[in-house]
Design a binder for this molecule. Structure first.
Ligand SMILES: *[C@@H]1O[C@H](CO)[C@@H](O)[C@H](O)[C@H]1NC(C)=O
Ligand SMILES: *[C@@H]1O[C@H](CO)[C@@H](O)[C@H](O)[C@H]1NC(C)=O
Ligand SMILES: *[C@@H]1O[C@H](CO)[C@@H](O)[C@H](O)[C@H]1NC(C)=O
Length: 279
């Protein structure tokens, strides 16, 4: 019997329904999320129909003449609850639950109210790690400076943003810093007498969480003259070495052309893809 009414209600829902602006709801993966139906004053609810609209409409829960029922066909079966105040609880919520919900409220005189909810579920970000790559000192460059690439990475987190800061609160001078790879990598050129000691923080954030980590870079700068490269992992290698290699490649090409021009001799130089350049 309920199904006939439900079909009728859903069928007519497009017509005489009071619509509201969609409500944005944030969810954290693994935690409960509450979709709160907003019951207008004086609106005496008889039936409620909660649906998930992504990608196609499926009914999640109904409350028919005061009797709540969770529908087993839905992806939320076993982790959803319809509260007596018509709030739909999903616990725990998963990343794949992001999408659009609708709540159709029907009052005792048959009038309807439709409310739309956009749920966005995020994973909490993990504490990031920073890896440091020192540039080889440039013999022709100004003495007493140190160039570093700091690569920050969080292994977990949905839609993360990266932000760098000096921990002494000073602004990052534009001529000495630049953010690369969507802010994940910070290039810093430090004056050994003016800018030291220096430490930086990397803050990783998304809509539901924020984590920070700090690094002191003095050691890396001291090691620069004749020092060994710090260890790095494959992903960071791609991040740093690929742009660096293409830079060195063009530098090598210019050098080759330049030498060729000066000596007037024919030269050929081939570079294999994984060849490393002695600095
Ligand atoms: C309805 O009840 C639930 C569970 O007690 C609560 O979390 C929610 O805030 C309530 N909704 C409203 C609109 O008050
Ligand atoms: C039903 O809803 C309509 C429209 O919101 C409202 O005017 C009416 O008072 C409501 N009646 C009851 C009994 O809730
Ligand atoms: C994350 O960002 C992508 C692209 O900007 C977007 O399509 C997606 O909806 C976002 N995810 C969440 C949970 O907001």
């Amino acid at each position: 019997m309920g199904w006939i009414v439900l079909t009728l209600v859903l069928h007519t829902a497009g017509q005489a329904v009071l619509a509201h602006a969609p409500v944005q709801v944030l969810g954290t993966e693994g935690e409960p999320v509450f979709l709160k139906a907003n019951v207008p004053p004086g609106f005496h609810i008889r039936d409620t129909f909660w649906s998930f609209l992504t990608p196609v409409e499926e009914v999640v829960a109904i409350s028919f003449r005061g009797t709540p029922e969770i529908l087993y066909q839905s992806r939320f079966y076993g982790r959803s609850r319809l509260h007596p105040n018509f709030t739909l609880e999903i616990s725990p919520v998963a990343l794949g639950d992001s999408g659009t919900f609708s709540a159709l409220l029907v009052n005792t005189t048959g009038e309807m109210e439709k409310q739309i909810f956009h749920l966005a579920v995020y994973d909490v970000v993990s504490t990031p790690t920073i890896r440091v790559f020192s540039e080889e000192s440039n013999p022709n460059g100004p003495a007493g400076s140190c160039e570093l690439f700091l690569a920050c990475a969080a292994s977990r987190g949905t839609n993360v943003t990266y932000r760098w800061a000096r921990t002494d609160g000073k602004a990052l001078a534009r001529d000495k810093h630049s953010a690369l790879e969507n802010g994940q990598v910070l290039w810093a050129k430090l004056d050994l007498s003016e800018d030291m000691p220096a430490s930086y923080s990397c803050t990783v954030a998304n809509a539901v969480s924020t984590k920070s980590v700090t690094i002191h870079v003095q050691g890396q700068c001291k090691r620069q003259s004749g020092a060994k490269e710090p260890d790095y992992d494959y992903k960071s290698t791609l991040l740093i070495v690929v742009p660096l290699a293409s830079f060195l490649l063009s530098a090598a090409a210019i050098l080759v052309m330049h030498t060729k021009h000066r000596s007037g001799k024919q030269m050929s130089y081939t570079v294999s893809e994984n060849e490393s350049f002695p600095a």
